[in-house]
Write a protein that binds this ligand. Sequence first.
Ligand SMILES: NC(=O)c1ccc[n+]([C@@H]2O[C@H](COP(=O)([O-])OP(=O)(O)OC[C@H]3O[C@@H](n4cnc5c(N)ncnc54)[C@H](O)[C@@H]3O)[C@@H](O)[C@H]2O)c1
Ligand SMILES: [Zn+2]
Ligand SMILES: [Zn+2]
Length: 380
Amino acid sequence: MKAVVWHGAEDVRVDEVDDPKIEEPTDAIVRITSTAICGSDLHLYGSKAPGMKQGDIIGHEPMGVVEDVGKDVTHIKPGDRVVIPFNISCGHCFMCDQQLFSQCEKTQNRDTGMGASLYGYTHMYGGVPGGQAEYLRAKQAHYSPIKVPEGPPDTRFLFLSDVLPTAWQAVVYADSPRSGTLAVYGLGPIGLMCVSIAKHLGVGRVLALDHVPERLQAGRARGAEVIDISSVENPSDAVKERTEGRGADSVIDAVGMESEGSLAARAAQYLKIKPDRHGALHDSMWSVRRGGTLSIIGVYGGPDPMWPLGQLFDRQIQVRMGQANVRRWTPHILPLLEDGDPLSVDSLTTHRMPLADAPKGYEIFRNKEDGAIKVVLEAN
Ligand SMILES: NC(=O)c1ccc[n+]([C@@H]2O[C@H](COP(=O)([O-])OP(=O)(O)OC[C@H]3O[C@@H](n4cnc5c(N)ncnc54)[C@H](O)[C@@H]3O)[C@@H](O)[C@H]2O)c1
Ligand SMILES: [Zn+2]
Ligand SMILES: [Zn+2]
């Protein structure tokens, strides 16, 4: 089959590799129809996440049609249309019983000290062959895959694999008061869906910060008051100015370790006042009002030596974070996708292209060229 293979920094290729096959009774083979590129893939593309090996098949946002199932797999059968969550969870261990699916003890990586295994990610997370491919060996398939109805196009359901449950978790963890203000840093696919989900769940006011014009425009269209970080000296001051000097009741960092943008952040990185690429995290922290909540959904892979523990303590900030517990949130989201499109999921996909064009897809998504917000590869 053809698959997107990691060869090194900014070098992904579509290679011919062996077809996957059933190896365990809990496996399923899925013929992939659509598979998206994610901001998390950019950490691999930019070689910022340790533990990649040449030849790794990447991708963790796939959906398709079940081809074959192992003997323990009964909730799905050949011919079913399924979405595959990015984290692999067994559904019935100590952690899964508490709906902490990203910490599943069956697939946890004890040798590297990390949580549940992920598709198409680094060997810190199990090095499991990913879903940017014509076929995927779905693991823990007696539980993990989500069966979706026929009818709407793939791009309606595809984001159940990651973006939608991730954004949902970020908003729930942010715990904004209904009459309050939520600030969202980053208007990539995750931040944009945070805006729509927050509005859907009744959060009074949403501020959103980015510097890419079409992403700011998309945030505005989803109901946010947007702030262009390239036009302000200090993003957290801009948030405070709009919230009676206090800061937002809650803040979501939907940027992660690819932070870029504001003049102050660039200068601080240059002067090494802040660790490289943690600018958005620090701006997020300083944008929360006293007693408010910081929800970190952007991915971080290492320590932050500038973590202002004493000030967070004094300001009584609650901090919540982690990989999305995908299956915890999908039962809340799936009905919304079947009943019209209240979260405007359809407009998230800006580019569709054949799997063979994956290198181009990565390049335009990383460079935010051609208005790219979400790039979907069509595999079959
Ligand atoms: N926790 C999870 O389970 C989970 C799941 C999926 C994605 N993620 C992470 O969420 C983050 C966002 O993913 P995405 O797909 O939306 O990625 P993306 O790269 O498309 O979006 C990031 C956005 O942040 C903006 N940005 C950069 N620096 C900024 C700054 N200093 N202030 C404000 N905005 C800034 C960029 O312009 C971009 O629009 C990534 O770190 C990704 O790894 C986490
Ligand atoms: Zn993803
Ligand atoms: Zn489990």
